[in-house]
Design a protein around this ligand. Structure first.
Ligand SMILES: NC(=O)c1ccc[n+]([C@@H]2O[C@H](COP(=O)([O-])OP(=O)(O)OC[C@H]3O[C@@H](n4cnc5c(N)ncnc54)[C@H](O)[C@@H]3O)[C@@H](O)[C@H]2O)c1
Length: 464
């Protein structure tokens, strides 16, 4: 005799049959990419976002600002996605699973404000939705402090008369994938999931198995949410340590030392840099300290690393870059994004560079992912044509290792006397004209890339 389908199996069946849908709250990188992946598997998705421009992009099939997804094709090939700026529209979409993908940061700090804002709306949508007697679910994909489950999510359910675990399943399924596809994609990376109740975890395993090759269940939602914070913290500590070592030991080529060290099986590769940017890594210590308590004596070195990191660019500039760039009258900052081949500039060191170099007589910025207007709006700087514009620069600060910068033969545009500061060694090994002064962050003060390394270095892909 075959067993009766579980509640989780019935939910998945309803989603697959398109009798119910996934509702996404916040359609930015995380929310839109969730819609993209689920809709490709035939699941109906309904997204709500406060930004009309974002909603319009999704209606046009433009899911990611990284341009990884070919424009338009999801809507062209399926009718599985709708997007709206009216949250109450989701009530008509038979939403059975709500994914929360709203921002949880304000500036450089974690912030639960938007989560608090959307929870009552999600509850009202749940109460007013027809889902065929199945139990709806709320899964949080945004990065959160685990405590917020108990202080925000569950109280909001109770306040609207919904009993967690009975009327609504709750869980955390943090995102750790990267958008450029390949081995770090949502499909390929193991997905950590955890529910507040075993039923929630069971549903999460089945749901996320639709889009992820491997789903790893956590003990519960709190451990699932905290994994995201801690894995980012480990990375933050490593990067901050690499940066501090490069300042502490200027007599050493610290980039070289760290590359050599990384040939040991249990040591990741860290490259000293101009700073730690992005949504995730720089915030991890703050989530950790908030969760552990600001006075937690065991988190002293996390606190120290945060303080070091806050002052880092200024210290790097004073110790190494100021003297190098002081005679430059026409500097270009190449790359606004904090990471290669993406339009993401949150806490990018390019912003620090623009700030400290603002008194340069001619300061410009270029990034292939940002329009002239974008750069003007974000940094108040003009741009230049790349690579031709390099001809009239006597200083180049190469922040972002975009493919466009890696692949372009820039040598003929860069004249003798030009100073190049290269964040990740994107141009190391290039045959620049005699008299070009090249400095890769983390190396000794100024080196000629051609002659300084008589021995080949271990080859590994660099990570930011
Ligand atoms: N981008 C990443 O690489 C990444 C990776 C892992 C986790 N995260 C986390 O995912 C969450 C979302 O990040 P993101 O990168 O998608 O941000 P994002 O800025 O790209 O998108 C957030 C979207 O939410 C919308 N929004 C803002 N307030 C809203 C509201 N009240 N109701 C509905 N929508 C609202 C914004 O208009 C925006 O489109 C954050 O917690 C972030 O830390 C991001």
């Amino acid at each position: 005799m075959s067993e009766a389908p579980t509640a989780a199996a019935k939910t998945i069946e309803a989603l697959r049959a398109q009798e119910a849908s996934i509702g996404v709250w916040g359609c930015g990188h995380i929310g839109a990419s969730a819609m993209y992946h689920f809709s490709r598997k035939g699941i109906r998705c309904a997204g709500f976002d406060v930004a009309p421009g974002r909603v319009q992009e999704i209606r046009e099939g433009r899911f990611l600002s990284t341009d990884v997804v070919p424009s338009g094709w999801v809507e062209a090939r399926t009718q599985n996605v709708v997007a709206t700026t009216e949250w109450s529209d989701l009530k008509a979409q038979n939403v059975l699973v709500h994914l929360i993908a709203v921002p949880t940061e304000r500036g450089a700090d974690p912030s639960s404000a938007i989560l608090e804002d959307v929870m009552p709306r999600i509850c009202e949508t749940i109460r007013d939705s027809e889902v065929g007697g199945l139990t709806p679910a709320v899964f949080i994909e945004s990065t959160i402090q685990p405590t917020w489950i108990d202080t925000i999510v569950i109280p909001a359910l109770h306040a609207s008369g919904l009993r967690p675990g009975i009327d609504v399943l709750v869980g955390a399924a943090p995102r750790r994938d990267w958008f450029s596809g390949g081995e770090h994609s949502l499909e390929k990376l193991p997905r950590i999931v955890g529910g507040v109740s075993p039923e929630a975890t069971e549903l999460m395993i089945q749901l996320y198995s639709i889009v992820c090759d491997e789903v790893v269940p956590a003990r519960d939602a709190y451990h699932s949410a905290f994994t995201k914070v801690i894995e980012n913290l480990l990375r933050f500590q490593g990067l901050a340590l690499a940066n501090s070592l490069s300042l502490a030991f200027p007599q050493f080529d610290m980039t070289h030392v760290l590359k050599l060290a990384s040939t040991k099986w249990n040591i990741p590769l860290y490259h000293p840099s101009m700073g730690i940017g992005g949504h995730c890594i720089p915030l991890a210590p703050r989530y950790t300290m908030a969760e552990g308590g600001e006075k937690n004596e065991y988190l002293e070195f996390v606190k120290n690393a945060v303080e070091f990191n806050e002052a880092y660019f200024g210290r790097l500039y004073d110790a190494r870059l100021r003297e190098l760039l002081s005679d430059c009258r026409s500097i270009v900052i190449l790359g606004l994004a904090y990471t290669p081949d993406a339009k993401m500039h949150k806490l990018s060191p390019a912003l620090d560079a623009a700030r400290v170099l603002r008194d340069t007589p001619r300061l410009r910025m270029h990034d292939p992912f940002y329009s002239d207007e974008d750069i003007e709006d974000i940094c108040g700087l003009p741009t230049l044509p790349f690579p031709e514009g390099l001809r009239d620069c006597d200083g180049v600060v190469l922040v972002t290792a975009h493919t466009a910068y890696k692949q372009t033969a820039v040598e003929k545009y860069i004249g003798a006397g030009t100073v190049i500061v290269d964040n990740f060694g994107t141009w190391s090994g290039r045959e620049f004209a005699a008299g070009v002064r090249y400095h890769e962050v983390g190396r000794k003060f100024v080196e000629d890339a051609r002659s300084s390394l008589p021995f080949p270095e271990p080859v590994q892909s660099l990570t930011s």
